[in-house]
Design a protein around this ligand. Structure first.
Ligand SMILES: [Mg+2]
Length: 117
C-alpha cells in the first residue's frame, strides 16, 4: 500500500455509509484538529504510563508489553487522523512532508534523500 492509496481508503472509510458515515466537510478544520489532538493525548497518556515503568513508579494496571501494543495503536490513530486533517485542509500530505523534510535537510546542510512526484 502506498501513501496515496492509504489516503484514498482512509477517506473512503470515513465517508462510506458502511464506514464512519462522516463526510470530511461535516467537520471544520478545528474539529479535525480537536480529533487529532485527542489521539495525541491518548498516546501521551500511554507514554506517561510507560514512564512509570522507566521510573519505577507504581500505579500501572497494564503490563509494559500491553502498553507498548496500545501505543502502537494510538500512533496509528494519530496517523489516520493526521491524514484526514490534511485532506480536510486540502493538503497533499505526502508532498507536504517530502517538501518540508527536504527544506529542513537543506537548512542544516544534510543531503536531499527524498524525491516527490
Ligand atoms: Mg485512539
Amino acid at each position: 500500500v502506498d501513501f496515496r492509496e492509504f489516503s484514498a481508503n482512509n477517506r473512503k472509510r470515513c465517508e462510506a455509509h458502511d464506514g464512519f458515515n462522516h463526510k470530511l466537510s461535516d467537520w471544520s478544520l478545528s474539529d479535525w484538529f480537536t480529533a487529532l489532538t485527542g489521539e495525541l493525548g491518548e498516546a501521551a497518556n500511554i507514554v506517561k504510563k510507560l514512564n512509570r515503568y522507566r521510573d519505577d513508579i507504581p500505579g500501572n494496571e497494564e503490563s509494559y508489553i500491553e502498553l507498548k501494543s496500545k501505543l502502537n495503536d494510538e500512533i496509528a490513530d494519530i496517523f489516520c487522523y493526521l491524514d484526514l486533517t490534511a485532506q480536510a485542509a486540502e493538503i497533499d500530505l505526502e508532498s507536504a512532508v517530502i517538501s518540508k523534510f527536504n527544506k529542513t535537510s537543506e537548512r542544516i546542510g544534510y543531503p536531499i534523500l527524498l524525491k516527490g512526484d
